[in-house]
Design a protein around this ligand. Structure first.
Ligand code: ADE
Length: 275
């Protein structure tokens, strides 16, 4: 997969050469190109921003440098044989980033990221390239960062670990929180490694039992408990048909019951049938 990032802070992307993503780059699974947007400015101050039309605080990134940068990066990619790129625009007003989204992006041959600073990029840039390329405007969460570079690191890491040959153990993302399959939409439970005792704290006996069925059941219970505690919205969205008898018993013990539409809802005080 080819990845281009156009930014006014190329040094911010240095972590793309570290750890898992760095190894994917070193092995040639990922071909990463980081570009300084200021290369495509033509004034003495290498200006990339200007005051917003309509007034208001902050500055807006100008169309000119982005247009020239994107034209050149896209032409260069096509010359080297890359196929239709997707344009990824990190923005707090984008679609929330999910594991499903990461999987979709991981199937693409080429991603071009345009992280913004200031109040964002003049809208005409995205509108212009949306006529030629699929565009993904992505938010990594309901908070506002100072720029899109950290979201690029987040998105690239989530995508890269799904590429074939990047994780050592091909099974490693099977049990991920949010992974598709029987554990769909449940958070992963706790994990342990040696030693069996640390500061008087022991590892749950079942994990040392060697009994695969019991271990799988324990993991499922822990996943359900953690999801119910941290992300009740995920339990509510779960297909109730995905719950087996043991799941239903545990959910009942945790105060959940099937609601009118079949999906599970949490028993709230005063909501359990009292007239
Ligand atoms: N830029 C600033 N905040 C952001 C967020 N939450 N997600 C994506 N890009 C951003």
């Amino acid at each position: 997969m080819r990845i281009d990032v156009i930014t006014i802070f190329p040094e911010y992307l240095a972590p793309l050469h570290v750890s898992l993503v760095g190894k994917a780059v070193a092995r040639g699974v990922l071909d990463v190109h980081v570009h300084d947007l200021r290369r495509w400015t033509h004034d003495r101050h290498a200006t990339v921003d200007d005051t917003p039309y309509g007034g208001g605080p902050g500055m807006v990134m100008k169309t000119g440098p982005w247009g020239e940068a994107l034209d050149e990066v896209i032409a260069d990619g096509y010359e080297t044989g890359a196929r239709l790129p997707r344009l990824v625009v990190p923005t707090p007003s984008g679609r929330p980033f999910t594991q499903e989204h990461a999987a979709e992006l991981s199937a693409q041959p080429w991603l071009i990221f345009i992280p913004a600073r200031y109040e964002g990029i003049d809208r005409r840039v995205v509108d212009e390239y949306a006529t030629r390329l699929p565009v993904h405007e992505i938010s990594i969460g309901d908070y506002v960062l100072a720029g899109g570079e950290a979201p690029v690191l987040v998105i690239v890491e989530a995508v890269a670990r799904l590429l074939p040959g990047v994780l050592g153990n091909a099974e490693s993302h099977r049990d991920d929180s949010f992974a598709p399959g029987p554990m769909a939409s449940l958070l992963e439970g706790p994990v342990y490694t040696k030693p069996p005792e640390w500061r008087g704290r022991t590892v749950p006996d079942v994990l040392l039992s060697g009994h695969h069925g019991k271990i799988a059941r324990w993991r499922r219970d822990e996943a359900l408990r953690r999801t119910a505690a941290h992300r009740p919205d995920l339990i509510e969205r779960c297909d109730p048909a995905a719950f087996d008898r043991k799941d239903r018993e545990l959910l009942a013990a945790l105060g959940w019951r099937p609601g009118p539409g079949g999906h599970y809802v949490k028993n709230e005080k005063g909501e359990d049938g009292a007239a």
